[in-house]
Design a protein around this ligand. Sequence first.
Ligand code: ACO
Length: 372
Amino acid sequence: MSGLEDVVACDSSICRIAVEDGRGILEYRGYDIHDLAKNSSYEEVAYLLLFGDLPSKRELEKFKEELAMQRSLPAQIIGLLTHLPPFTHPMVVLRTATSYLGSMDKYIHYKSHEMSIEKSISLIAKFPTVVAYFHRIRSGQNLVHPREDLDHAANFLYMLHGEEPTETMAKCLDLDMILHAEHELNASTFAARIAASTLADIYASIVAATGTLLGPLHGGASQKVMEMLREIAVPWRAESYVREKLEKGERIMGFGHRVYRRVMDPRTLELKSLAKRLAEERNPKWYEISEAVEEAVYKYKGLLPNVDFYSASVYATLGIPDDLYVNIFAIGRISGWCAHVIEQYENNRLIRPRANYIGPERRGYIPFDERP
Ligand code: ACO
């Protein structure tokens, strides 16, 4: 009951997660995550999540074109990004910009399937631009505008770094975004569905989700993982670091999962091999420390890494600043959030659970001047 563990809160046809035969299972609309990771692209997965089926070649081309055309930000949003204090956490920026985008949508309260899909495509397209623009503004660099000829992941790296990524870098981020696109009723998606269940607009639902994702027990963990890897600095220091933290009763970020208990998160398997590939090609440092931490946490606590653990070393190797890690998660997860909001609208009943009251028993009111 605590933390709603194992409580089933709704029916959904978007994502299945399970533990079967000692293995973690993750499927988007019936497709195994390993098949999607091997064969698809982020755009294809976003289409699958929004529309329920894999696109035909023509449908995918059209969807990619729509995404590419929607990447630009209105001048007011760019103004907002320049006015926010540069120390604002980029995830706070993203949720503020989402709210502002809502205020600029004349049809904000329209919830037909077609309108919700249109708004979703716009949000999926604009999230990377908001993140890249804010990062360049806060670091005093010129804006690099989106390019329609680049795929979703490649375009984000291009806008962030100001140069076209290598094929490997773009492929790595694309895969990372596929792995982060959806994960059933995790805390941020549940927050989005609760907001949608009141028939609040889609922007309000996504603001609720972005706010919830930032917490270090959820998407904020990968930034904390990187802080830990930097503190450890060399692989041989990992074991004593982990032991001391656990002896003090502290948590090791990037380990443990509510659903994949004692089995490997299937996304971690993919991310670990991605991190290894990047390490071999670019820089082995963060991967080697990560592996040493993984061994030590398993030795002293029997816990396995979750999706946030190896994503930290992947992002560091891609040259992404630490405080953008959770934004990268959001850039991937936005398609899953939108799919859930649409599903909630289409078969809605207000989500309103009960609390088990444990406060004082009924007591008489004491007038103010009779109190000590
Ligand atoms: N480090 C050390 N101990 C841990 C960790 C950890 N990362 N995670 C769980 N434990 C321990 C707890 O201390 C507890 O031990 P005890 O029984 O000896 O007291 C036991 O494992 C169960 O922990 P719970 O908190 O009940 O597990 P819960 O399912 O509530 O929490 C969570 C899941 C939040 C992910 C937890 O494992 C955690 O805090 N991990 C670190 C943060 C993190 O990596 N978050 C990202 C999750 S993935 C995602 O959101 C995308």
